[in-house]
Design a protein around this ligand. Sequence first.
Ligand SMILES: N[C@@H](CCC(=O)N[C@@H](CS)C(=O)NCC(=O)O)C(=O)O
Length: 239
Amino acid sequence: MELYLDLHSQPCRSVFMFAKLLKIPFEFKLVDLSAGQQYSEDFGKTSMVRKVPVMKDGNFILTESVAILQYMAQKHPGPDHWYPADLQRRARVLEYLSWQHTNLRAHGSKVFLLKYFYPLMMDAEVPPEKMDAAMEDLKKSVDLLENFFLQNRPFIAGDKISVADLVAIVEIMQPVGSGIDVFEGRPKLSAWRDAVKKEVGEKLFAEAHDVLLDVSSSMAKVDKAYLALLKPQFQKVFT
Ligand SMILES: N[C@@H](CCC(=O)N[C@@H](CS)C(=O)NCC(=O)O)C(=O)O
């Protein structure tokens, strides 16, 4: 199996950690987003969507992290708790996976993009009202993760970790990579984060998050020509 990834990306980190946790042998194919490699001719032959993650299993190519996670869980089943066979537990997992795209994932990304890409692309500081609005959206998503998806359970699907927790943790770490302590004043959420890290293993968790937590170094290397290419697309995110 080949996995096309850039670990700055939330969905890439969940796919990366899940493949490792299920002990699926894979070749890590770096698609360096800061160098615009998703627009390369080579990557275009693998995926015309031009986004990561992408999985290639033999001749079978799959985009979309949620589809990739489910494919891996079904092709290489590990302990049941990751993707539970039980109807209602699995439904809880799918409930989170369906919700996250336009909520925690989108809101965590927006804060990150405003903090790191806005000043570079717009040649100006982020207007405070834009950042405040993005932070307010992020807070709503984090509140829902804490009070609806977790409630009083240790993990999203119950007493055991599942792939939904992997997706949620990589999403909530994106604003942490922007220097925002989303866990402050949230003991329940902090306990969940610690429990997820313990289940994943500190080493693998760090391996997946190192580049994000040192994002300033990556930003210093961003290709300026590529930024110009992205500007029209980002302007939509920034408005
Ligand atoms: N819904 C997709 C999202 C994939 C996605 O947006 N990937 C971003 C990185 S987080 C990307 O490759 N962006 C490159 C670009 O838009 O040029 C998934 O879950 O896999």
